[in-house]
Ligand binder design. Structure first.
Ligand code: MG
Length: 330
């Protein structure tokens, strides 16, 4: 580990994982934490429990704001464990001088998103710090959900299974970058930020046996697939051209030298099901987003690794994202 924390330590990729392992896991070590799931499964598999802090800049961006993000982020981590979001806490750290009108706008957008999830805020905390001690507003939310589909885990992937993505990838990262840099896009590009519980409910109602499910937030689809390959000790083989990416996102990626699979999403998830469930799962996902598709299959070729198969017949490893990526995207 480096002597001081760098921006890269919050990237959702390699350095972030190293920091978590060498400092937090080392001292907080316990069986539940060690599972490294989107949300902790507690009380004999009855409840899911998770927390997340939001520092996005700018606070308002096309398709959302920090409030919507703060509810979606936590509720989605619960939904990814097959849980119905129920009780949320809301802690805010506000910089002196912050406009009350903006705060209310943010809280209203939280309320709207809570209603979509059928969740309520039951506890909170408000801190105000002197000008310059925090950049405008940070929000932390913690959530508890009731597990409706048991056994979902990053460690469950097996040879022959299918991996799907719920829509086109990278729009959140690309939107935040464009908004921050003041890039005028001629397009209608906006964040994918959305509550995923309704879509998860559709999968459960259709009787799909969900093997693993994870929202592709920081570190993007690359991080999810790498974490799954490691946790399950399998190889995930991705068909490169099957990954759905909007033209505008491609353009921004070229400008930044990033890959769309490394960019953050806030309403896009990766799903693993048995081959027998693939067609049905795809049909359910496409009912919400036409761009949902099958992107990979599970094999035992290179255990613990993700392989990108190109249409040229070449193969390369898709690794965990590294470096600074885009800070403060969520
Ligand atoms: Mg997550």
């Amino acid at each position: 580990m480096t002597k001081t924390i760098t921006i890269a330590h919050g990237n959702g990729g390699e350095e972030n994982n190293e920091l978590i392992k060498s400092v937090f896991y080392k001292h907080f070590k316990n069986d539940i934490l060690a599972k490294s799931e989107d949300a902790a499964v507690i009380e004999d598999g009855k409840l899911a429990f998770t927390t997340d802090s939001f520092t996005v800049s700018p606070l308002f961006f096309p398709g959302g704001d920090i409030g919507k993000l703060a509810v979606c982020g936590t509720c989605n981590d619960l939904a990814m464990m097959g849980a119905k979001p129920k009780y949320i806490t809301c802690s805010v750290i506000i910089e002196e001088g912050f406009p009350t009108r903006d705060l209310e706008k943010i809280v209203k957008s939280m309320k709207k998103e809570l209603e979509i999830n059928g969740a309520i805020v039951v506890s909170g905390d408000t801190k105000v710090v002197p000008r310059g001690s925090v950049d405008k507003l940070f929000i932390n939310t913690t959530g508890i959900g009731e597990i409706q589909h048991k056994g979902i885990s990053a460690s469950n992937l097996k040879d022959g299974m299918s991996v799907l993505v719920s829509r086109d990838v990278g729009t959140h990262g690309a939107t935040i970058f464009a908004a921050r840099e003041g890039i005028e896009l001629e397009s209608t590009l906006q964040t994918d930020c959305a509550s995923l519980y309704p879509e998860v409910k559709k999968l459960m109602d259709a009787g799909i046996a969900i093997v693993a499910m994870r929202d592709a937030t920081r570190g993007g689809v690359s991080a999810v697939l790498n974490e799954w390959a490691k946790s399950s000790d399998v190889c995930v083989e991705v068909t490169e051209e099957s990954i759905p990416v909007q033209e505008e996102v491609r353009g921004i990626c070229e400008m930044l030298g990033f890959e769309a699979v490394d960019l953050a999403n806030e309403g896009t998830f990766v799903l693993c099901v048995a081959k027998a469930d693939e067609a049905k799962a795809l049909e359910v996902l496409q009912d919400t987003h036409k761009t949902a598709t099958v992107i990979a299959s599970v094999s035992e070729q290179y255990k613990g690794r993700v392989i990108l198969n190109s249409s040229w017949g070449t193969k390369r490893f898709l690794d965990l994202p590294t470096g600074e990526l885009l800070p403060r995207i969520c």
